[in-house]
Write a protein that binds this ligand. Structure first.
Ligand code: NAD
Ligand code: LMR
Length: 329
């Protein structure tokens, strides 16, 4: 048996937590031979519900679940952790944009960044899910002194999955036939799902879906507005599909990316594609055989795509300006 990996999850008693923990404990995230320790973090009002979730985890008798610990103390929660999954925060309601949450949620991520720096394992990787996730990840990263920037991520995989599903339905194929789909920029209504480089069964997507008006219009706006559409329909924001995207993101960051393909996750920009260095922005990422990640280079960016990428990066710059007080100089 391998040595157990430690995974910390904030907001563990929330909607996403409830859909996520059982997938981690059952082996969906790290594979069928990888034991896990779960360290579950909630704020005080969530602790009673968290006790119930822990009882249910116990009642599953998962073979791969080595230990479970619940706490409201951040340093205890992140102790020796290898993966910090930052879910805990307030979701938006109908009529709000995700960055309307910055004032409420942004400050959560200063203390969490500091506690990760103090208590986590040196190789800790942090994935921010709580919205607005790119800028919350920026805050956590900048408050986690000593933890390399390459170890911070924000989730845009749900958007990639949504985009693949829409494209597959239009083309009459399975979503797994759609590859090379990159979400650029912010997990927000300005995100750009780049269909221009996508492929269907290895062929250029635009040779299979020739309705350019649909691609440039309805397709992009459906993906950009999917979170809002789910809130409207369900009365609560996406949870099971979000948890599934967390599983996919971590799995893609821990297994080598198939040759020629890429996956979407927001990383600390190294300045690639002219995206301002230090912003947490989504771009095409490959996971290498040694477990490191790289930005996929020379993905063509035409004039239409460049305009869309500029718009979403500008929004990230505005969000960074709005939280500058939470980012140490
Ligand atoms: P929820 O309200 O059901 O659960 C959130 C939980 O976080 C609650 O149990 C709450 O007690 C806890 N919490 C609040 N502040 C905390 C803190 N400081 N430390 C620890 N725990 C804290 O919400 P949810 O539906 O699970 O959504 C969580 C977040 O994920 C929201 O911000 C939502 O917008 C976001 N989200 C992101 C994506 C994405 O693709 N990036 C997708 C779906 C949802
Ligand atoms: C989503 O994309 O479903 C989440 O970010 C929740 C939201 O507020 O849209």
């Amino acid at each position: 048996m391998k040595e157990a990996i430690t995974v910390s999850v904030t907001g563990a008693a929330g909607q996403i937590g409830y859909a996520l923990l059982f997938r981690i404990a059952s082996g969906s995230m790290f594979g069928p031979d990888q034991p896990v320790n779960l360290r579950l973090i909630e704020i005080e009002p969530g602790m009673a519900a968290l006790e119930g979730v822990i009882m249910e985890l116990d009642d599953c008798a998962f073979p791969l679940l080595n230990s479970v610990h619940g706490t409201s103390d951040l340093e205890d929660g992140f102790k020796d952790t290898n993966w910090a999954l930052l879910v805990g925060s307030v979701p938006r309601k109908a009529g709000m944009e995700r960055n309307d949450l910055l004032g409420i949620n942004g400050k959560i991520f200063t203390g969490q960044g500091q506690a990760i720096a103090k208590a986590a394992a040196p190789n800790v990787r942090t994935l921010v899910v709580g919205n607005p996730c790119n800028t919350n990840a920026l805050i956590a990263m900048n408050n986690a002194a000593g933890v390399p920037n390459e170890q911070f991520f924000a989730m845009t995989r749900l958007d990639e999955n949504r985009a693949k599903s829409q494209l597959a339905a239009k083309a009459g194929v399975h979503s797994s036939d759609v590859t090379n789909l990159c979400i650029w920029g912010n997990h927000s209504a300005t995100q750009y799902p780049d269909f221009t480089n996508a492929k269907i069964k290895g062929q250029p997507l635009t040779s299979v879906i020739t309705d350019q008006n649909w691609l440039e219009g309805e397709f992009i706006s459906t993906v950009q507005q999917r979170g809002a559409a789910i809130i409207k329909a369900r009365g609560a924001s996406s949870a099971a599909s979000a948890a599934n995207a967390v599983v996919d993101t971590v799995s893609s960051l821990t297994t080598e990316t198939p040759a020629g393909d890429w996956h979407s996750v927001a990383v600390c920009s190294p300045g690639a594609y002219g995206i301002r260095e230090g912003l947490i922005a989504s771009m095409p990422i490959r996971t290498n055989a040694d477990g490191s990640w790289s930005v996929v280079e020379r993905v063509p960016v035409d004039e239409f795509s460049q305009g869309k990428i500029d718009a979403t990066i500008n929004e990230l710059l505005e969000e960074r300006e709005a939280v500058k007080d939470l980012i140490p100089a």
